[in-house]
Write a protein that binds this ligand. Structure first.
Ligand SMILES: O=C(O)CCC(=O)C(=O)O
Length: 306
């Protein structure tokens, strides 16, 4: 007996199309794997990975609008990272003018950014690279302003938030297309495999921002990873990276999000001791481990006196 309704070629094409659409919907609904096996192998081998179009054009527009509000309302504008590396990366005139606009933990200020760090496809991609349990550690905005926008000396992010092992990935959410002229991110291929490296943390003038010695690590030896707005580029906490100055007339806006396995203990640096949100899986309890404190942050002086 021939099944009713599927006898004509048109019916069969329609039926196949419905099946494909259902599968696509169900895969999306279940947080289907964003990364292929080749992607995860590429990441493990090279220490970085470009994931295109993680955010839709609509999501990217909303995040950009919110970011511009954060830049106007909350972000810091400063000369940026300190150290003798500045004289190597910039000529004296540019060095005096060079600026960085930055702030931390955007999701404390904007719900759009809370949705970005908990984005199901992004966090599921992170669990493909880190393992089933993923915690948000921080987020940080970096804007390279036009023409003199801050270059980044070669470094590992480990130097800023030291952890016991490599189960930590940084994600650069791109709000602008990046290329050579505005200082796209660049990586030292495979450099994550050697783990943490000693950084320069002081110069003749005193303490400085951690960076790798400029005579041993050169941006010219790195691989550029240009990306589009809405893309993310992720890399291991041990991957050596940096970027050139923004020579264009426009801001170059990027937000970094740090994700880790909650079992990967932090030993020093940014946001040390602060619990983050679980965005995939569970936080395992160690024997006798206490619950997190419910004591709030200190009240700022301005608020106290006000
Ligand atoms: O924004 C860049 O070009 C580099 C940023 C960076 O090095 C970092 O976020 O660790």
């Amino acid at each position: 007996m021939v099944g009713r309704g599927l006898s004509s070629p048109a019916d069969r094409v329609l039926s196949a199309a419905v099946t494909v659409l259902c599968c696509v919907y169900l895969l999306g609904f279940n947080g289907a794997a964003l990364l292929t096996k080749d992607d995860t192998q590429f990441f493990n081998h090279h220490g970085f990975l470009h994931i295109p179009s993680v955010f839709t054009p609509e999501e990217t527009l909303e995040l950009t609008t919110e970011l511009d509000w954060l830049i106007d309302s909350w972000a810091d504008r400063s000369p940026g990272w300190s150290g003798d590396w500045r004289q190597v990366y910039m000529d004296p005139d540019i060095e005096k003018k060079s600026e960085l606009v930055a702030m931390h933990d955007l999701y404390f200020y904007s719900d759009a950014w809370m949705r970005a760090v908990t984005h199901p496809q992004l966090t599921s991609a992170m669990s493909q690279l880190i393992g089933p349990n993923v915690e948000v550690h921080h987020s940080t905005l970096h804007v390279k302003p036009p023409e003199t926008g801050h270059p980044f000396p070669m470094h590992q992010d480990w130097a800023f938030y030291q952890h016991e092992d490599g189960r930590y990935i940084d994600v650069l959410v791109h709000l602008d297309d990046t290329h050579a002229e505005n200082g796209e991110i660049r990586f030292l291929d495979g450099s994550h495999k050697e783990g943490a490296r000693p950084h320069v943390t002081s110069n003749a003038g005193g303490p400085c921002t951690p960076h790798l010695p400029t005579d041993q690590y050169r941006l010219a030896d790195t691989i550029p990873v240009p990306a589009k707005a809405g893309d993310v580029v992720c890399f291991s906490i041990h991957t050596v990276h940096g970027s050139y100055i923004n020579q264009t007339q426009r801001n170059r806006r990027i937000v970094r999000i740090g994700y880790r396995d909650p079992d990967n203990r932090q030993t020093a640096g940014q946001s040390m001791g602060r619990p983050g949100m679980m965005v995939q899986g569970r936080r395992h309890r160690e024997p006798e481990q206490p619950l997190f404190s419910i004591n709030g942050p200190h009240i700022s002086r301005k608020m106290k006196s006000g």
